[in-house]
Ligand binder design. Structure first.
Ligand code: NAP
Length: 305
């Protein structure tokens, strides 16, 4: 099998795997997976660190997940990332589970240890904290945070991480309110649980809370389509706001554009992708990741500056 020809590998490929050159060492399992930008970030990092291996995309269907995980371990992979829809199956499939991943309810990084055991972790949470610290220069625990779409997968993970870290205040909202109420109830017992509140998914409710917010996080998929409605009421953004949009297609989302027009600092979802990748790399190899090499890989793949 030629690594470069077959850009995306399948379970069939794993069953009759022959050695690639450079050997496959890491990968991402997803369904779909062809769009994943992780190879463009991890392959330059492996090269920069002198690690002779490559990071590949693996198209694995839900019913193939356990077999694929076993195959990767047998083939000598160091680890694998799990993306939609495998983050929950991975939680059940690993031998050992990191307590933070258990709390986040999902595994996106599997580490195959030399003694044959597997450890499941979640780099989305720590990646979220590092994104805020590195891109805005502020630790989450100092901030009053609003999460839009806190009932979705990414928004919920951010909410759990903020509550684990103990931020100053945490306001959650979601179009389907039952989901966000459930997320808020699930934060019970975490250091930040006492500062959590929910608000209605309505312009006036958001206008009211925004003066008391430092960091606005968009965890919804709004902004990906040109016809999507605006996330925040007009004129409600201030220059002191920090805006973190998890969406990165388009690179300048309407929320990022609105924030910049208001003089606020804003980032799209690529720094989040970067910092979770940095975290996974550091777990796999127990060394500092070459962050700028990884950032450049993403920039070259997307045109992001
Ligand atoms: N940058 C990164 O590394 C990264 C990582 C993960 C995800 N993301 C991005 O984050 C976004 C959410 O992903 P996910 O995996 O969390 O998806 P998800 O679990 O399907 O959640 C989608 C969220 O968007 C909300 N939503 C969808 N359409 C809406 C609308 N018309 N009006 C209001 N709210 C709406 C949903 O609200 P309801 O609950 O009411 O349906 C829910 O809160 C996606 O854009 C994804 O690309 C980025």
């Amino acid at each position: 099998m030629e690594a470069m020809k077959a850009e995306v590998f399948t379970i069939e490929d794993l069953r009759r795997w022959r050695r690639l050159e450079p050997p496959a060492l890491l990968g991402v399992m997803g369904d779909p997976v062809a769009h994943s930008l992780s190879p463009q970030m991890h392959n330059p990092a492996l090269a920069a660190c002198g690690i002779g291996g490559q990071y590949v995309r693996l198209h694995v269907r839900p019913e193939e997940f356990r077999e694929a995980l076993g195959a990767l371990q047998r083939l000598g992979f160091a680890g694998v990332n799990c993306t939609i829809p495998h983050k929950f199956a991975a939680l059940e499939a690993v031998g050992e589970l990191d307590p933070a991943a258990r709390r986040l309810g999902a595994v996106n990084t599997v580490i195959f240890r030399e003694d044959g055991t597997t450890l499941g972790r979640n780099s989305d949470g720590p990646g979220f904290l590092r994104t805020v610290a590195e891109e805005f220069g502020r630790p989450v625990r100092e901030l009053r945070i609003l999460i839009l779409g806190a009932g979705g997968g990414a928004g919920q993970a951010a909410a759990v991480q903020c509550a684990m870290e103990g931020c100053r205040s945490l306001v959650l909202t979601n179009r389907t309110s039952a989901k966000v109420e459930q997320v808020a109830a699930g934060l019970e017992g975490l250091p930040g649980a006492g500062v959590v509140s929910t608000v209605a998914w309505e312009a006036e409710a958001l206008r009211e809370v925004l003066p008391e917010i430092d960091l606005i996080v968009n965890g919804t998929s709004l902004g990906m389509k040109a016809e999507d409605p605006a996330l925040l009421p007009e004129g409600s953004l201030e220059s002191r706001h920090l805006v973190y949009d998890m969406v990165y297609k388009p690179l300048e989302t309407p929320l990022v554009a609105a924030a910049r027009a208001a003089g606020a600092r804003a980032i799209n979802g690529l720094p989040m992708l970067l910092w979770q990748g940095v975290q996974s790399f550091e777990w796999w190899f127990g060394r500092t990741a070459p962050v700028e090499v990884m950032r450049r890989g993403l920039q070259e793949a997307t045109g992001w500056r």
